[in-house]
Structures are given as C-alpha cells and as structure tokens.
Design a protein around this ligand. Structure first.
Ligand SMILES: [Zn+2]
Length: 428
C-alpha cells in the first residue's frame, strides 16, 4: 500500500493547517486557547469562517443558535442538504485541531465540489457548530442540539462562572431566544451528516493509518457509588472487627478495572472520597464515581451487571453495604451503514484498501444530529499518542491531505447512492 497524493491536495492541506493556526489565535485568553459559546471570540471565529466559506462559493448565514453555516446549492435550488462540518468552540487550554480541522476540511471539500461541472443531487451545507464542548455553561452540544430541534428551554437558566445566564449571554451576543427554534432543521430537509474529526486517541497512530471509519460514538453511563461500613477508632478496633468502607471500595476499584479490561469496556473511577476523613479514623463511608463507555450499549450494560455483582460480593465479605445511583445516561450513537460505507470508499480511494474501523470514545456533534438525520464520521490520526484537549495536539499535513481527498470522495459516494436510491432525499 503506497498511497499517492496530488500536489494540489498537499497545497490545500497546507492552507487548512495555516487556517487552523489562524483560528487557534482567536482566544479569550492571551496565554492559551479558549473560545467559548457566545463570546466575542465566537463572533470573530464565525466571521472569519464565513469569509472562507464565501471564498469557497457558499452562501453564508449564522443560524438562530449561533452556528455558522454555508450552503452550496445542488442540481436545482432548495434541495435537501448533506451537512458536513464540525465545531468551532474549544475547551480551556485547547489544541488547534479539535473541531476546527473538520470545519476547514468541509469548506475545502465544498470548494472543490463548487468547481465541478456537474452539480450534486443535493445541496451541500457546511456547519461550524457552536458549543460542542459545553465549556462555558456546562452543557455540551448546545449548537447541534438546537439544529436537531432538541433545544430544551430549561437550558436558558444555565449560568456561566460569572453568574451570567445562557439567556442573557444569548441576548448580549445579538441573538433572540424567542427564535431559537428557527435553528431546527426538519428531517426531510436533510440527507445526512458527515464529520471529519481528529481521533483524540492512539489507535490510528498505533496501526500506522492516516484515516479511520467510525462505527459508533460511545454513550456513557455514570454512577455515584457508596460503600457504607462503620467508622471506628483506628487504634482500638482489631482487624476482625473492622467494617472499613475504604478497603471495600478499594477492592471494588481494582475489580472495576479488571471487568472493564476483560469486557473491552472503558470503566473509570475518577473521584473517591472517604468519610469522616480523619487520619486516625476507620472510614465509615466512601463515595466514589463510575464512568462506563463502550462501542455497544449491550457490552457496557453487561459490564455494569458484572461490576454490581462483584460489588455486592465484596460488601457481603466485608460486612459493608453497597449502593449505586445512576446520574447520567447517553446511549451509543451508531453511524449509519450507508454513510459509513461512503466514508470507507473515500478512504479506499486514497490507497488504504481495508480502512480501519474504530469507535469514538469521545462525544461529538453527531450524537445530537442523529436525532434528525443519519450520521457518519471520518477520523484523522493525531500524533503523540493521540493527545487532545491540550495545546500539544498535532496532525500531520499529509494526513490532512488524505482526509481532504477521502472526504471529497465520500461526498461523491453519497451522491451516487442518492442517485441510485432517490428516496434518500426524503422526497419519496
Ligand atoms: Zn471535538
């Protein structure tokens, strides 16, 4: 396998990299990259991206939720749209490629398609979503959930660290909360959603692949766990009379890791606190967290059942009481097989005959967009073990060039499929 790159693709990849640097300089902080929802930097990034969209031949607007959009009409005006894009907001102290790379690749793909002699059988819309990360108001995917018609009015009262509500910030930004539903796209106006994104993990790098097909975006289940025993004097209580909640919880933390490893599920205890918390007191109660993620909900739920079984066994053996309370649940979002195939065929065109398939351990806008249309994702290798949400985030320019070619061919593959099966336009 010796993939080939056209010099033109390399030149465009260079421009994409330069634009990632330019966007990466639009920050709310002088020392690090942080660009949050409804900030002055959100406005500047949208404006800059809009000029690039216009250069590519797209008609642009900012939607009622603050997402930056650009549209290229298809064979006739007003056809349903294939959405392509990613997000423009960042975490605090972010890298320059998470989200931004996908938006910039989508613009270049649209620019190439705009120059073709034959128009697509659908419109192509590039979206730069706002607030995928939830950095400012704590609730992620606000832009994509608004687009998918899933904006919850309860979110208006969320507040940022200065106590400003989402509603106030929305008005300050120049948007009208009463018109948020204008951002929602009817399902029959959409063909699907394709997103290119850096992998944010080491799997492509370890396999020596530039690109990968995403099978599903993992959902997570999160729990608050409690192990209860009896507090007592550390000096005066012999071992055989102790009901030490922390030793029981520790046993369970080790078991959680071993269940996760055996089941191919990611299980993490990220927080643990012992009470009453005295240096000379046997812990009577421990509160700890559990985050579970997997490619398939079935595997995740089997692992959970096994963790619970072992927890009760440990509690029984040590004279403790175990309780768990679910605090969050999002099921996995499978990528649509027909769009996955389009992504795979795009990757094959770059010379990688058997594209690697992997699941996304991180959340993405596609989770929200899947409520209104089919979704699929293309992953791009990122270096240094896949480090992300960190200024050291990297991608290779060659990989960006491969991603550009693969993504353009994926859009062509979707067009062929729609021509063969016109009902996919929602017109049937
Ligand atoms: Zn992202």
């Amino acid at each position: 396998m010796m993939p080939r790159l056209a010099p033109e693709s390399v030149a465009i990849a260079e421009r994409v990299m330069d634009r990632c640097d330019e966007l990466g300089a639009i920050s709310g902080s002088p020392d690090l990259l942080e660009r949050v929802h409804l900030s002055p930097e959100h406005r500047r990034a949208n404006d800059l991206v809009a000029t690039w969209m216009e250069e590519a031949g797209l008609a642009t607007w900012q939607d009622a939720a603050g997402n930056q959009c650009g549209r290229l009409e298809g064979a006739e005006p007003g056809l349903p749209a294939l959405l392509i894009g990613s997000h423009l907001d960042t975490v605090r102290d972010a890298g320059r490629y998470d989200g931004m790379l996908g938006v910039l690749l989508a613009i270049e793909v649209a620019a190439r398609i705009a120059r073709r002699d034959v128009a697509l059988p659908f419109a192509l819309e590039v979206v730069g979503f706002t607030d995928e990360e939830g950095t400012r108001f704590g609730n992620a995917l606000l832009g994509s959930r608004a687009l998918a018609g899933g904006f919850d009015p309860a979110w208006w009262d969320l507040s940022d660290r200065d106590g400003l509500s989402l509603r106030e910030a929305f008005v300050d930004f120049g948007l009208d909360p009463a018109r948020i539903h204008g951002a929602a796209r009817p399902p029959d106006s959409l063909v699907g959603y394709l997103e290119a994104h850096i992998e944010q993990g080491p799997y492509l790098e370890d396999a020596d692949r530039a690109l990968g097909v995403v099978s599903s975006i993992a959902g997570a289940r999160r729990f608050e766990l409690t192990m209860t025993g009896v507090a007592g004097h550390a000096g005066g209580t012999p071992y055989d009379r102790r009901r030490d909640a922390l030793v029981g919880a520790s046993d369970l933390v080790v078991e959680i890791e071993s269940v996760g490893r055996a089941a191919g599920v990611i299980a993490t205890v990220g927080r643990l606190q012992a009470f009453p918390g005295g240096i000379n007191v046997i812990p009577g109660r421990v509160e700890f967290s559990l985050d579970l993620r997997a490619e398939f909900d079935r595997d995740r739920d089997h692992a959970l059942a096994e963790i619970r079984r072992r927890a009760h066994e440990i509690a029984e053996r040590r004279g403790l009481r175990f309780e768990s309370r679910e605090i969050y649940r999002a099921d996995a979002t499978p990528c649509a097989p027909w769009l996955r195939e389009a992504i795979a065929s795009g990757i094959r065109r770059t010379g990688d005959e058997e594209p690697m398939i992997l699941w996304s351990r991180a959340g993405h806008d596609g989770m929200a967009v899947s409520a209104v249309t089919d979704i699929a994702m293309l992953f791009v290798r990122c270096g240094k073990g896949g480090i992300s949400h960190h200024p050291d985030e990297t991608v290779e320019m060659r990989d960006v060039a491969f991603a550009l070619d693969a993504f353009e061919d994926a859009v062509s593959a979707v067009a062929e499929r729609v021509q063969a099966e016109p009902e996919r336009l929602g017109a049937a």
